[in-house]
Design a binder for this molecule. Structure first.
Ligand code: TYM
Length: 334
C-alpha cells in the first residue's frame, strides 16, 4: 500500500494552478490500485496569510467543493480539514524541537519576505510572523502524521517536502524509526503553471484564473494573458510562452504537437487564445456544474469533513501521538 497525501491552503478561490498542480494528479493517483489517499484543507496554514475569518471559511467550502466536483470519492479517499485534527499541532511542536533554524532560514517564502524588507530598507524581519517562519514545520507535521510516501504538489512546494524529510530523519535518528521519509511527486509538464502575467499562477500575485469562473469571465481572463507583440503570420516562440504552457496543461500530447506547429506557422494570438479557452472550458464545464450544486449545500460538505477527521483521529492520529509522546519521554496520556 502506497500512501499519497496532499493539501491545499484555503486562502482564496481555487484556481487553475491548484487544479493542474494538485487536484487533477491527486485524483488520478487516488484511483490507482494499492493507493490510500489523504487529501485535506490546510486551514491552519491559511492563518499565516489570511486574517479574515469569513474568507478562511468561504475558501474552505470552495476548495472542498472543488475536490469533490473534480471526482474525489469520500468513501475511498481520506478527506478532511487540518484543524479538525489537533494532533497535527502537537506533532508540529515535537518536530519544531528537531528542526534546524538554519534550514528554516533558507525556506523560499521566508527568504522572499526578508528580501522584500531589505529592498524596502526595512529590518530583515519587519512584519514577518513566526507563523510564516514555522510554516514548513507545520507542513511536515501534516505529512509525517500519516506517514505518507508520496506527496503530489507543484514545484513551489518541493523544498517543503525536502524539509519534512530532513526533520523526519533527525527525529528517527534521535528516537527510533517512527517516520516514513516522504517524496514529492511532480507532473513535469505542469510543475509550475503560469498566471495571466507569465509569473507563477498564485493568489499572492493576483494573476489567477479561477477554476470555476463562468465561461464569459474565463474567456475574458484567457484573452488578457500576456503575449509578445508578434503579428499573425509571424512565427511564435513556444518557449517561455505562458499561453503555450497553459495549453499544454490541458491538451493531449498530439494536440500539443499540433499547437507547436501552429506557433511555428504564425498562428495569431487571438486564435491561440480562443483554442486555449475552448480546451479549458471543455474540461472544466462538467466539473463547474457539479461544483455549483455542491457549494449550495455547505452542511453536507461540513459533515463529510468532520466524519473524515474523526475516523483519522481514532485510527491513526491519536494512537500515533501516544507512540511519539512515549518515544520522546513525555507522559502517556490517560
Ligand atoms: P497552495 O494552497 O499554495 O497550493 C495547493 C497546490 O497547488 C499547487 N499549485 C500550483 N501548481 C502548479 N502551478 C501553479 N501555479 C500552482 N499554484 C499552486 C501547489 O504546488 C500545491 O500542490 N503549503 C501548501 C499546502 C499544504 C500541503 C501540506 C501540501 C499544507 N500542508 C502537506 C502538501 C502536503 C500550499 O500552501 O499549497
Amino acid at each position: 500500500q502506497i500512501r499519497v497525501l496532499t493539501g491545499i491552503t484555503p486562502s482564496g478561490t481555487p484556481h487553475l494552478g491548484n487544479y493542474v498542480g494538485a487536484i487533477r494528479p491527486a485524483i488520478a493517483a487516488s484511483r490507482a490500485p494499492g493507493v490510500e489517499s489523504f487529501y485535506f484543507l490546510a486551514d491552519y496554514h491559511a492563518l499565516v496569510k489570511v486574517q479574515e475569518p469569513e474568507r478562511v471559511q468561504r475558501s474552505t467550502l470552495e476548495i472542498a467543493a472543488a475536490w469533490l466536483a473534480c471526482g474525489l470519492e469520500p468513501d475511498h479517499v481520506r478527506f478532511y480539514r487540518q484543524s479538525d485534527i489537533p494532533e497535527a499541532t502537537e506533532l508540529t511542536w515535537l518536530l519544531t524541537c528537531v528542526a534546524g533554524k538554519g534550514l528554516l532560514n533558507r525556506a523560499h517564502a521566508y527568504k522572499a519576505a526578508v528580501d522584500r524588507n531589505r529592498e524596502g530598507g526595512e529590518d530583515d524581519d519587519a512584519g514577518i510572523t513566526a507563523g510564516l517562519f514555522m510554516y514548513p514545520v507545520l507542513m511536515a507535521a501534516d505529512i509525517l502524521l500519516f506517514n505518507a510516501h508520496k506527496v503530489p504538489v507543484g514545484r513551489d512546494q518541493v523544498q517543503h517536502i525536502e524539509m519534512a524529510r530532513d526533520f523526519a530523519q533527525r527525529f528517527n535518528h534521535l528516537y527510533g524509526d517512527h517516520f516514513t521519509l516522504p517524496e514529492a511527486a511532480i507532473e513535469e509538464q505542469v510543475a509550475t503553471l503560469p498566471g495571466l502575467d507569465g509569473r507563477k499562477m498564485s493568489k499572492s500575485y493576483d494573476n489567477t484564473i479561477p477554476l470555476f469562473a463562468p465561461p464569459a469571465q474565463l474567456k475574458k481572463l484567457i484573452f488578457s494573458i500576456v503575449t509578445d507583440s508578434r503579428a499573425p503570420g509571424e512565427p511564435k516562440d513556444t518557449e517561455g510562452s505562458a499561453l503555450f504552457q497553459l495549453y499544454q496543461a490541458f491538451a493531449s500530447a498530439e494536440e500539443t504537437q499540433a499547437m507547436r506547429a501552429a506557433y511555428a506557422d504564425g498562428i495569431g494570438w487571438g486564435d491561440a487564445k480562443q483554442e486555449l479557452f475552448e480546451r479549458v472550458d471543455a474540461e472544466v464545464a462538467p466539473l463547474r456544474e457539479k461544483y455549483e450544486a455542491l457549494v449550495a449545500h455547505p452542511q453536507r460538505i461540513e459533515q463529510q469533513l468532520r466524519d473524515g477527521a474523526q475516523a483519522l483521529r481514532t485510527q491513526y492520529a491519536t494512537p500515533f501521538l501516544r507512540e511519539l509522546r512515549a518515544a520522546v519521554g513525555l507522559r502517556e496520556l490517560g
